[in-house]
Design a protein around this ligand. Structure first.
Ligand SMILES: Cc1cc2nc3c(=O)[nH]c(=O)nc-3n(C[C@H](O)[C@H](O)[C@H](O)COP(=O)(O)OP(=O)(O)OC[C@H]3O[C@@H](n4cnc5c(N)ncnc54)[C@H](O)[C@@H]3O)c2cc1C
Length: 393
């Protein structure tokens, strides 16, 4: 199979990838069609996680660790990694979230805030899929305001830390081997990160039931009770929330790409349906108002691809700041919400049936819209950059 840009990549942006990057995209598309698309609706319905083999398959494809020199398989760009997120979410947003957590939030925390020794010790084990990770920041009483409101406490005790507190919404939290736990140092009141094997006594996780978006992702409520973590497992470069924010800045831009992929998944199903469904004696795609829904959707997708391409180029050029990735996430997730709704509308009643390919994208959009910074939080980050005034409180 050779590389072709997606038909929904109207201006052909993906053509700019290198040959090596395109080869990986071809392999990824083939894998997703064979192993993920056929099982995704069923797993989503049952709210079950993928077979663990999927984690090692994704590792073998080379999806974990491409940004970091310890685990990188070939030189690659942030734009390429964005396209990987898009291609994943185009088929299934849960698999995109899985890669985003392992590769971005978990490995990213260790790469950004770990010592060189910690990078060498841990990154290859996540890259190979031997370890499945989770990222524990959000708490029951602290979501958007984690920088100020984080209540999980880490108390230094000789060569150890004693951690007490609770986390909510943690993706993979009940099935991970290792969770990155963010806690407030009781001495200096600063937020610090810890690499916590989930077998540690005092770590207890319970799956959140009845979630109606990203149902394949297993989100958990976690509690830590007198959990002892060695100082060697504290991320050695993590001194304040500044390092946590640096991780989120990286991953936020990739969530912006995944939002475009989720829109494309719904759009492609809508184009197909428009060519097949006959009303008033002709396929509905011949009706002007249906064409308008498709043209508006393609406009959202195309403008979003342009924006995420530039924000990832800025990362490669060392120019990307918090407000840049915040604007990308705010913009593409808002456009995604419009697009999946238009595509759902286009299918009429069948729009709400999983089998027709839009409903999963429609429901999953709601989770992508809120995680890694809600629209309001990202708007306030951009507003602060515009005016110089923080309006969070
Ligand atoms: C499916 C899913 C997966 C997730 N995975 C993870 C994970 O792996 N790890 C992790 O740590 N977290 C995870 N999260 C948590 C996610 O990051 C939070 O849900 C998100 O940050 C919002 O926090 P909250 O849900 O507590 O909402 P809240 O912070 O309670 O916000 C509620 C509403 O109030 C608005 N709001 C809050 N403050 C202001 C303000 N100052 N001005 C205007 N509006 C405001 C918000 O924008 C939002 O609309 C996940 C969430 C979901 C839904």
């Amino acid at each position: 199979m050779s590389f072709e840009p997606l038909i929904s990549d109207f201006y052909g942006y993906e053509n700019a990838l290198t040959d090596q990057e395109k080869d990986l995209i071809v392999k990824l598309r083939d894998y997703l069609e064979r192993e993920i698309r056929p099982v995704a609706n069923d797993l989503w319905t049952k709210a079950e996680f993928f077979d663990r083999k999927v984690v090692t398959d994704l590792a073998e494809l080379g999806l974990f660790g491409q940004p970091w020199k310890e685990t990188q398989q070939f030189e690659n760009s942030a734009v390429f990694r964005g396209w990987v997120a898009l291609e994943l979410a185009r088929v299934d947003a849960s698999v995109a979230t899985l890669v985003g957590m392992q590769n971005g939030l978990v490995m990213g925390s260790i790469a950004v805030a770990g010592s060189q020794e910690q990078r060498e010790q841990w990154l290859p084990r996540f890259a190979s899929g031997e370890l499945l990770g989770a990222f524990g920041l959000t708490e029951p009483l602290s979501g958007s305001d984690t920088a100020q409101g984080l209540q999980t406490v880490a108390r230094r005790d000789g060569d150890n830390w004693i951690i007490n507190g609770a986390k909510r919404w943690i993706g993979n939290g009940s099935i991970s081997d290792v969770t990155i736990v963010w806690a407030r140092d009781a001495d200096d009141n600063q937020v610090k990160g810890f690499i916590v094997p989930t077998s540690t006594p005092g770590y207890s996780a319970k799956r959140i039931e009845n979630k109606q978006a990203l149902r394949i992702v297993q989100n958990a409520d976690i509690t830590f009770t007198e959990m002892v973590v060695p100082e060697a497992n504290r991320l050695q470069g993590s001194k304040s929330f500044r390092e946590t924010a640096a991780v989120l800045r990286l991953t936020r831009a990739e969530v912006a790409w995944a939002a475009v992929g989720n829109s494309i998944g719904a759009y492609e199903a809508a184009v197909k349906y428009a060519g097949e469904r006959i009303q008033f004696g002709k396929p509905i795609g011949h009706h002007q108002l249906i064409q308008e829904l498709l043209a508006k959707s393609l406009g959202n997708i195309t403008s979003s691809i342009g924006l995420v391409t530039r924000v990832s180029e800025m990362l490669d050029q060392g120019l990307q700041r918090d407000e840049h990735s915040a604007l990308a996430k705010e913009f593409t997730t808002s456009r995604m919400r419009e697009t999946v709704a238009w595509c759902r509308e286009l299918l009429g009643g069948n729009g709400i049936v999983l089998d027709y390919g839009v409903m999963k994208h429609f429901a999953d959009a709601e989770a992508i819209y809120s995680y890694e910074g809600t629209r309001e939080m990202n708007t306030l980050i951009v507003g602060r950059a515009i005016t110089g005034k923080a309006a969070f409180v």
